[in-house]
Design a protein around this ligand. Structure first.
Ligand code: ADP
Length: 608
């Protein structure tokens, strides 16, 4: 399906969402693989027409849009009327999820608005309150696997902050901090450090792919792979427009003229930052982030383990090493099948049977790769000058070798394009573009993550792995788990890769995800982050004391956003105007429409 010559991916020189020049060749190759796998045209017409949000007539909506255009300029407001385009990671849509789990026209915007300043963000928020139109803020909108740029409520107006608010406002080379606007990507921040000659002095921490925004990723509590991998934990200071339009700065930013906004996150009084992450309580217009000093050397290492059953003993070996910082970074323990799929080929290259690929098949193919035949791969990094690294690496080596059949793969034996080197770049502060290759496993490849958190323990890893395997087998999916090991917990990331054009497969993926969420909760595990379609279900699993946490969230929501205009339903938090009208998507709702039955006309008419 790939056209003979695909247009070149925009670079950072021409678009804030662009690829650094140094990665253009990778983008060109990745794009060709993605387009080879597309079986349908990239652009399609909206069968259901302009998605007007519930609670407003088409006429009133269009007149409100005209009003907004005259306030901030025609070119900064776009209706989403006729056609939408899916694109790919580097040229993604800002109107919908290009990897839909439900029908493609469920989580979709009616319009996109591009504020150019904090004052315009405030103006748009006041406009939304006046007309009771739901707004959905995005920074870049590449939150793929969790809903991308899509709003939870059909017909919301997407506020794309990144397009016109994408400045790096400060890089402080003495304090190792920066202050950024929403449209600054990891690619852009890294390139700027290089441009200023600071890369030898300080590093950013980036996720597997560098195209997301520093703000959006931290707000959704994403992780990276240096010792600074907890992005939310590493931020310092927010500037936020509240849902009623007031502007606040948190931490030391509340003190006019303070030079400590990016140095001390707490300020004085309650630490409010937390309510703005994974929520719908405010629009973040600036964020401070800490940067990691270059540790003076680094060395990636990779170990393979032979048996599925090595997982438990390995985790029990990892825990004390990680907590005591001998294992220093957010490392990954990946399943062998994922190291095969990240080569970027469709699964049919290896096997064309139905249901999960048999172990004997993928292990045979793994023999031809740099990892060799294995069940698990550990990717890690040691930091510091050689003698410091040698000390830690020797401990790790002897501990890992307590598992029979453990092999250390010598980096010198690995070709330059081996995935190992991508992990090496990422764990040393250089964003890359390799990770998305496993999306090509399926035609029209889409992915959604199941991401439960557990302690770093063999018992927990085995319980989650066994449960995920059973549910994947039931629904006929290949299981490709990766454990990302934090300091005292690990996130299991299971990406289900499916064909977005195959309705049956989408429903099976949803069923599989919903079953895993329920199973995990029954075992005592909760997700750290989830897709739009699953937020209500996940939120409902956090139900101590008759759902006291959601009652608190609802109280905050009603106080901060009385008209319920900001990202209704995000993270399962529904404003009063929507509550009790069937908007929640819960465990039994596979394949259901995302909408409820109307909204209350005004906040004042709602019994709170
Ligand atoms: P990325 O920048 O990594 O592509 P997104 O822009 O998709 O991430 O944002 C991830 C999630 O965080 C979105 O679903 C959105 O609701 C929320 N978000 C992103 N940016 C902001 C912001 N500036 N203010 C409030 N919420 C935001």
């Amino acid at each position: 399906m790939a056209p003979p010559s695909l247009p070149q991916t925009p670079t950072l020189a021409s678009a804030h969402t662009g690829i650094p020049e140094r990665l253009l060749h990778k983008a060109t190759y990745a794009k060709s693989l993605i387009y080879d796998g597309k079986t349908v045209p990239d652009t399609y017409s909206l069968e259901r027409g302009l998605p007007i949000p519930q609670g407003i007539s088409k006429k009133a909506f269009l007149s409100a849009i005209e009003e907004l255009k005259s306030a901030i300029g025609n070119e900064n407001v776009q209706l989403n009327e006729k056609e939408v385009k899916n694109g790919w990671y580097m040229e993604h849509p800002n109107t919908h999820d290009m990897m839909p789990l439900l029908d493609a026209e469920e989580f979709i915007a009616s319009a996109v608005v591009y504020p150019g300043s904090v004052a315009e963000v405030q103006l748009i928020v006041r406009w939304a309150n006046q007309h009771l139109i739901p707004l959905f803020p995005i920074s870049i909108g590449r939150n793929l696997g969790y809903g991308g740029a899509a709003p939870r409520v059909r017909g919301s107006v997407t506020m794309d902050l990144g397009r016109r608010m994408n400045k790096i406002l400060d890089i402080n080379a003495e304090n190792y901090t920066c202050l950024v606007e929403p449209g600054v990507t990891y690619y852009a921040l890294h390139e700027e450090l290089v441009r200023r000659g600071l890369q030898d002095k300080m590093w950013i921490d980036c996720p597997d792919l560098g195209g997301g925004s520093v703000i959006g990723n931290a707000l959704d509590r994403g992780v990276g792979y240096t010792p600074y991998g907890d992005h939310w934990g590493m931020h310092s200071g927010l500037e936020v427009v509240l849902p009623t339009g007031e502007l606040v700065r948190t931490g030391m930013g509340a003190l006019e003229g303070a030079n400590t906004w990016q140095c001390f996150p707490y300020g004085f009084g309650p630490y409010n930052d937390g309510i703005f992450s994974q929520s719908n309580f405010g629009i973040v217009t600036k964020m401070g982030m800490t940067l990691m000093p270059n540790p003076g050397g680094y060395e990636s290492f990779m170990y393979t383990f032979q048996h599925d059953s090595d997982l438990g003993p390995l985790m029990d070996i990892i825990r004390p090493l990680r907590i005591s910082n001998i294992l220093e970074n957010v490392a990954q323990v990946r399943h062998g099948l994922q190291t095969l799929s990240v080569k970027g080929h469709p699964r049919t290259k290896y096997w064309s049977g139905k249901g999960p690929m048999p172990e004997s098949v993928y292990r045979e193919h793994l023999k031809e790769t740099a990892t060799g035949d294995c069940a698990w791969v550990y990717y890690g990094m040691a930091y510091g000058p050689p003698h410091i690294r040698a000390h830690k690496l020797a401990i790790i080596d002897s501990e890992f070798h307590r598992i029979a059949g453990c092999k250390k793969i010598d980096p010198a034996t690995m070709p330059k394009d081996e995935y190992f080197w991508s992990r090496d770049r990422i764990a040393s502060g250089t964003p890359d573009l390799e990770e998305l290759k496993w999306v090509n496993w399926m035609p029209n490849g889409a992915h959604i993550a199941f991401s439960p958190v557990s302690p770093i323990s063999g018992k927990d890893a085995e319980a989650l792995y066994t449960m995920a395997k059973r549910r994947h087998t039931e629904q006929g999916f290949d299981l490709m788990p990766a454990f990302c090991v934090g300091l005292r917990e690990m996130h299991l990331i299971v990406e289900i890769v499916y064909d977005a054009q195959d309705g049956d497969m989408r429903r099976r993926a949803e069923r599989c995800l919903r079953d895993m969420i329920d199973d995990a909760a029954a075992l005592g595990y909760g997700e750290y982050r989830t897709h739009l379609a699953l937020m209500d279900q996940v939120a409902a699993t956090y139900n101590f004391n008759d759902g006291a946490l959601m009652k608190l969230n609802n109280t905050l929501k009603d106080a901060l956003d009385p008209n319920g205009i900001l990202a209704p339903g995000r993270c399962g938090i529904w404003p009063a105007r929507y509550r009790g009208r069937g908007w929640e998507l819960t465990t039994k709702d596979t394949g259901r429409s995302s909408e409820g039955d109307g909204v209350a006309k005004k906040a004042g008419e709602v019994k709170i």
